[in-house]
Design a binder for this molecule. Structure first.
Ligand SMILES: [Zn+2]
Length: 190
């Protein structure tokens, strides 16, 4: 196949050379309403890669984000713990896959345990390009059906207003789940 960035022949969807240039994370943390949100990239630096989630190609791109970015970070975090649960936000399948489930799946290890299909939005509203006011007036209405009395890390692709993550966190807290922090690929404000 060809690298989607430089078009050279490559084993991966992004070649090793482009991986080392483009996929160098710079960790940033946002703290909003008692939630730490950790991101690896500024949205604008990798926008074209993030937008592949709307196409079949996104399957391979988001796999790479899980394996190369999320997993090493989470493995370091879990080093001194027994284990940790990770919850992909609203991992319903669209375009044949769920990009948040892929991130979780390629982050997993014996100590990093994804809880799939446990936190779903009843409201299928799309937030991309919408104002904060619209987002506030159209909550995602999450339901949680997973384990209780556990500590989790939330997994999502992009943080914009952080309203989705806040709403997810509040739903989890109401079910006795402690959210340690949220992890996203990119922060839209950077
Ligand atoms: Zn390349």
């Amino acid at each position: 196949m060809r690298c989607i960035v430089c078009q050279k022949l490559s084993f991966d969807v992004i070649c090793k050379s482009c991986q080392s240039k483009l996929l160098k994370p710079t960790i940033t943390t946002r703290y909003e309403n008692d939630l730490n949100i950790i991101s690896f990239f500024g949205y604008h630096n990798i926008e074209s890669l993030l937008l592949t989630k709307h196409t079949p190609l996104g399957y391979r791109v988001y796999k790479l984000f899980g394996r190369l970015i999320f997993r090493p970070f989470l493995q370091k975090f879990v080093e001194e713990l027994d284990s940790i649960y990770i919850i992909p936000i609203d991992d319903r399948v669209t375009n044949g896959y769920s990009h948040t489930a892929l991130l979780a799946h390629y982050s997993k290890s014996t100590k990093i345990i994804p809880l799939y299909n446990s936190l779903r939005a009843l409201n299928p509203v799309k937030y991309a390009g919408k104002s904060k006011e619209f987002r506030l007036n159209n909550p995602r209405e999450f339901i949680y059906t997973g384990k209780r009395d556990i500590q989790v890390i939330l997994i999502d692709d992009i943080v914009t207003t952080s309203l989705t993550l806040q709403e997810a966190k509040n739903t989890l807290i109401s079910k006795g789940v402690d959210v340690i922090f949220a992890l996203t690929i990119a922060d839209a404000k950077l």
